[in-house]
Design a binder for this molecule. Structure first.
Ligand code: ADP
Ligand code: MG
Length: 502
């Protein structure tokens, strides 16, 4: 390998169009050996397209690359590989039926006199997994592994011969917290060995933890470039979303629900002993009603009770005017109630199932009657319907695993499943907890799109900016009771915090 830090990759004036639409408008990027460049941007900004050009997967329409001092106008994947460029793709690019060892040598089979050397395949795998300090069964088919483990295999493949530039495209979307820590440790180790790292993310905490420099793309342009130590969260967010985020704005399509309608959901004098009391509320079709309160104020318990996770001690619930009792989630779903819990990683999301299957999950019992072939076809129909309606950004592929979508898009899929189920009432608990600021705006748009389909949406949240951005009306809870009701221009962060604290 060259001396420490000597590798350099420069992209200059890169332009790229797809079907006549330009998605990169003359972009510059610099990756330097021994440092981590975070490439930031919202979904659709052009990050993946840019790094696919660097990996030789796409040809730029204009622009040039200089790699290790050599100017190239275009690259193919083989040439990129010879330059030491390795890519971990956003979507898993492995071969599920093949073993761990085979996947690590995929496309670069060690051979002697034209015959694949299976001993060498195993030795190579063993060596690289040892370097990475991970313990995986070399003979297990990767299709049987968890997504995080499959990603480790992808990393092992990328590193199984000398890498000088490693590109990771949103690698943590499907990883658990300890897996993220381990990935960061790999990345730091490689950086210290002089590898140039390009790390794509839209998670700002990862930028702080990992990056030396930051380049922000927005709609195909570089809008910010600098040392990460000089850039605070606010600067990064406003570069990503293109506006100042300090001023939280009310959505434009807020409306007063038609009060002549029957409420989609109504609670009268509802209480759960020890959690909340005397809760009266009505959510009308087509509106978003937010229950706002600090932790422990009772908002999550009200949401849980509507979905049958807590039994009402007193009071009644009505769905579209019909008195309804729900003894559990199955009854709630049958009554037309959908629910999105705060912890999506553990509850409700089937990360290693496809987007189409996830969209159809609450309808599985209905679909089960039809057998596999028809079910697949119905899932594909559901996929096409909601993919566009909720602007889910993914490959145009119903079979794509949920885990490979960004957090915000996973959330949209989970919203879409309740539309597919034709729920009249949707209960969302902390819908953007752990979601980055940019993706949050998209989720708010999806929630409002849901309401505009005629669903009555009840959001339980402890985030007052969320209340301002998503609600038609808001009820503030404190110590288990509703203490204020706000609508229209009265929904401000100042009012909300004042009422919740008082
Ligand atoms: P990011 O990775 O920042 O989310 P992408 O590079 O994937 O963004 O996409 C940038 C834009 O280019 C998007 O509008 C996307 O729809 C479009 N795009 C990406 N790849 C293709 C493709 N193969 N064909 C057509 N459009 C594409
Ligand atoms: Mg991408």
């Amino acid at each position: 390998m060259d001396g420490h830090g000597s590798f350099r990759l420069e992209a200059r004036g890169v332009r790229k169009s797809f079907g006549g639409v330009e998605v990169l408008h003359g972009v510059d990027l610099d990756a330097v050996g021994g440092s981590v460049l975070a490439l930031l941007g919202e979904n659709g900004a052009g990050k993946s397209t840019l790094v696919k050009i660097i990996a030789g997967d796409y040809q730029p329409d204009e622009g040039a690359l200089t790699i290790a001092g050599e100017q190239v106008t275009s690259l193919d994947p083989l040439a990129a590989r010879r330059f030491g460029i390795r890519m971990i793709y956003q979507e898993l690019a492995d071969a599920p039926p093949l073993s761990v060892a085979e996947n690590i040598s995929l496309g670069r089979w060690p051979s002697r006199r034209g015959v694949i050397s299976w001993g060498a395949v195993r030795r190579r795998a063993q060596r690289v997994l040892e370097q990475l300090d991970v313990d995986l069964d070399l003979d297990a088919p990767v299709g049987s592994l968890r997504v995080g483990e499959r990603q480790v295999v992808e990393i092992a493949r990328a590193l199984s011969d000398e890498a000088r530039c490693l590109v990771l495209d949103e690698p943590t979307a499907a990883l658990s917290a300890p897996e993220v820590e381990r990935l960061f440790a790999f990345v730091r180790r490689l950086r210290d060995q002089g590898v140039a790292i390009i790390y794509i993310t839209h998670r700002l905490d990862e930028v702080r933890a990992l990056a030396d420099r930051v380049t922000v793309l927005r709609d195909g342009d570089v809008v910010l470039n600098g040392a990460s130590a000089d850039l605070d969260r606010r600067a990064l967010v406003s570069a990503m979303v293109g506006s100042s985020v300090g001023d939280v704005e009310r959505p434009e399509d807020v409306h007063e629900a038609e009060r002549s309608d029957t409420p989609a959901l109504r609670l009268r004098d509802a209480s759960v002993t020890g959690a909340f009391a005397d809760v009266d509320l009505a959510v009308y079709p087509g509106e978003v009603l937010t229950l706002y309160g600090k932790l422990g104020s009772g908002t999550t318990e009200v949401a849980a009770a509507v979905y049958g996770l807590r039994r009402l001690s007193t009071g009644t619930m009505e769905i579209e005017g019909r008195p309804t009792t729900v003894a559990g989630p199955n009854e709630a779903i049958r009554a037309g109630i959908g629910y999105l819990p705060a912890d999506r990683q553990r509850e409700g999301a089937f990360m290693v199932r496809s987007v189409a299957e996830n969209l159809s999950a609450p309808s599985w019992s209905r679909l089960a009657r039809y057998g596999v072939v028809i079910t697949r076809r119905l899932e594909a129909v559901a996929y096409r319907r909601w993919h566009d309606e909720l602007s889910i950004r993914s490959r145009n592929d119903p079979e794509q695993l949920l885990a490979t979508l960004s957090g915000g898009n996973q959330q949209k899929v989970l919203l879409g499943r309740w539309l597919e189920r034709r729920s009249q009432v949707l209960v969302l608990v902390e819908p953007t907890r752990g979601v980055d600021v940019g993706a949050r705006q998209e989720i708010y748009r999806s929630i409002r799109a849901l309401a505009s389909q005629g669903v009555g949406v009840l959001v339980s949240t402890s985030d007052y900016e969320e209340v301002v951005q998503v609600s038609d009306r808001a009820a503030v809870m404190a110590r288990g009771r509703i203490v204020a009701r706000l609508a229209g221009d009265d929904i401000t962060t100042a009012r909300l915090t004042q009422e919740a604290g008082g």
